[in-house]
Design a protein around this ligand. Structure first.
Ligand code: PLP
Length: 169
């Protein structure tokens, strides 16, 4: 599901946004424990006709702001990662509330109730290729955030954009 400014920047960069969240996320009455899950069928149905080479990344959010900060399960993110890997598509996580998401996994997902939040978060992030984070939510800072990437060349490309959109100071 979209997040306002994230979607705007994707579209300003020439991208087309497509929502692939499960239907339960759109149903306020649903008590599904992980309404932030990606619908793997919707995702496959999108990748096949569009072509993996035209999808720069899958944007996953944990938790999903516009769905009322609903969480995504570890099992679902792992499955999305495995699917993305077969097509060679990156997963970029909006980790703004990933600590909160880890808490929901601990509370609601089998096998995680005895694990520390940090351990859950570490596994969660291992199913991604990078992430953005607004520091103003879970991290409780006044302003700022960060981008992290596993790919050094991509990191260099992103760093060069700081000259345009940020500042050396
Ligand atoms: C999930 C998520 N991503 C990104 C942002 C944008 O953060 P910022 O205001 O630091 O740019 C927000 C802000 O509410 C958010 O909730």
């Amino acid at each position: 599901m979209y997040f306002t400014t994230t979607r705007l920047h994707q579209e300003l960069a020439g991208g087309t946004f497509v929502d692939v969240i499960i239907d339960e996320a759109h149903d306020a009455q649903s008590l599904h424990p992980f309404k932030g899950n990606v619908d793997l069928q919707k995702l496959t149905d999108l990748i096949e006709p569009v072509g993996a080479e035209r999808i720069p990344y899958i944007s996953v959010a944990g938790t999903v702001n516009i769905a009322g900060r609903q969480p995504i399960s570890m099992a679902n993110l792992r499955a999305v990662y495995q699917l993305a890997e077969t097509y060679g598509i990156r997963i970029i996580l909006d980790a703004t509330c990933a600590v909160e998401n880890a808490y929901f996994i601990q509370q609601r997902e089998e096998d995680y109730s005895n694990q520390a939040i940090a351990t859950i978060l570490h596994e969660f992030c291992s199913y991604t290729d990078g992430c953005t984070m607004s520091g103003k939510k879970d991290a409780l800072v006044n302003i700022g955030g960060w981008l992290a990437l596993n790919d050094y060349n991509l990191y260099e490309e992103a760093r060069n954009l700081i000259v345009i959109y940020g500042s050396y100071c």
